[in-house]
Design a binder for this molecule. Structure first.
Ligand SMILES: O=P(O)(O)OC[C@H]1O[C@](O)(COP(=O)(O)O)[C@@H](O)[C@@H]1O
Ligand SMILES: [Mg+2]
Ligand SMILES: [Mg+2]
Length: 363
């Protein structure tokens, strides 16, 4: 396809601004800086071990692997990706501050740079346990308005806004092709990185998630810790044609939430990392501010649905920067069904042999 037939990300943002004149140049500049970080990360991910970028990040001072605030071992690419996000975004005057999975506290814009009105929250590399095995990973970002005092240092409280307040959200997926998915609250669009031009080209307009699906994604090794509504839902899917759903289901688990979200965006499906009883100090696996909220915003903008199972995820007011939460998202009818199971009295639980005394997923 000749390039004149396709918009670059820059052209797309300019045209959006013409159509909706309320948007300002600062916002466009911020999105382009995020896109630049994603291009740099895409390049580093593609270089992989050629550039010595696989494996754990080792602290030079202690010569040991480092862990982030989540207690998770940081990969070299986690640290590098975080750095790329900071360096490409701190200088422009669009941001009041940043927060990341890899930083315990909010990042203050250095005093030599002007401060702006937006907050950038990101998971610089999602699915990073997949890096060394060469499976798709991605970066997730969320843009919020800073409501705190202008030009003052940002505080954790400034970031604790419900997902419904996001100005924009997106992710980059470093797969067979590198893609950037973006919502500014008016639907969802997708760009594919042309590696020769170094430009994100608009390839997916108005992405819509099918309302129905026969594909689900969940880490079944946690099944004994699930709450009854999730056990019921999975048991019914696994029972296939002979169960209450009377149809066959397919299962996928990539262990990169961003890659699962992308599959669901393109062909439908439902993803669950629900609240469970595995570790009472962790109400869920995924982080609300920089994983669940941006992906949830994108999914809802594409006609899908996101929930904690118990309540509307995008309405949850966060209580801390690195808060974890149970997440269910994807094809709207399927998510609604799972929500209804959370409301149903326990007696309605489907009695599958899989969850019986000697079943595979014992209760
Ligand atoms: O190890 P599990 O249970 O499969 O969990 C995988 C989940 O953890 C995550 O990798 C967390 O993301 P990070 O790599 O950013 O820590 C999700 O992307 C994914 O869904
Ligand atoms: Mg992540
Ligand atoms: Mg991460």
């Amino acid at each position: 396809m000749p390039i004149t037939k396709r918009s670059t990300l820059t052209q797309y943002l300019i045209e959006e601004r013409r159509r909706y004149p309320g948007a300002d140049g600062e916002f466009n500049s911020l999105v382009l800086d995020v896109a630049l970080a994603c291009k740099a990360i895409s390049n580093a991910v593609a270089q992989g071990e050629l550039a010595g970028l696989h494996g754990d990040y080792v602290e030079a001072t202690t010569d040991t692997s480092s862990t982030n605030i989540q207690g998770e071992t940081q990969k070299k690419l986690d640290v590098l990706s975080n750095d790329y996000f900071i360096r490409t975004n701190e200088w422009s005057g669009t941001l009041a501050g940043m927060a990341s999975e890899e930083m315990e506290h909010p990042y203050q814009i250095p005093s030599q740079y002007p401060r702006g009105k937006y907050l950038l929250v990101f998971d610089p590399l999602d699915g990073s346990s997949n890096i060394d095995v060469n499976v798709s990973v991605g970066s997730i970002f969320s843009i919020l308005r800073c409501t705190g005092t202008q030009n003052a240092d940002v505080k954790e409280a400034d970031f604790l806004q419900p997902g419904s307040k996001q100005v924009a959200a997106g992710y980059a997926l470093y797969g067979p092709t590198t893609m950037l998915i973006l919502t500014v609250g008016r639907g969802v669009v997708g760009f594919t990185l042309d590696p020769v031009l170094g430009e994100f080209m608009l390839t997916h307009e108005d992405i819509q998630i099918p309302a129905d699906t026969q594909e689900f994604a969940i880490n079944a090794s946690n099944s004994r810790f699930w709450e009854p509504p999730i056990k019921r839902y999975i048991a019914e899917c696994l029972a296939g044609k002979t169960g209450p759903r009377e149809k066959e289901f397919n299962m996928r688990w990539i262990a990169s939430m961003v890659a699962e979200a992308h599959r669901i965006l393109i062909r439908g499906g439902v993803f669950m990392y629900p609240r469970d009883t595995k570790d009472p100090s962790k109400p869920g696996r995924l982080r609300l501010l920089y994983e669940a909220n941006p992906i949830g915003f994108i999914i809802e903008q594409a006609g899908g649905r996101v929930s904690t199972g118990h309540e509307a995820l995008l309405e949850v007011t966060p209580t801390s920067l690195h808060q974890r939460i149970g997440v269910v998202f994807g094809s709207a009818n399927e998510v609604r069904r799972i929500e209804s199971y959370h409301k149903a009295p326990r007696t309605e639980v489907f009695h599958s042999p899989l969850f019986g005394e000697r079943g595979l997923f014992r209760e």
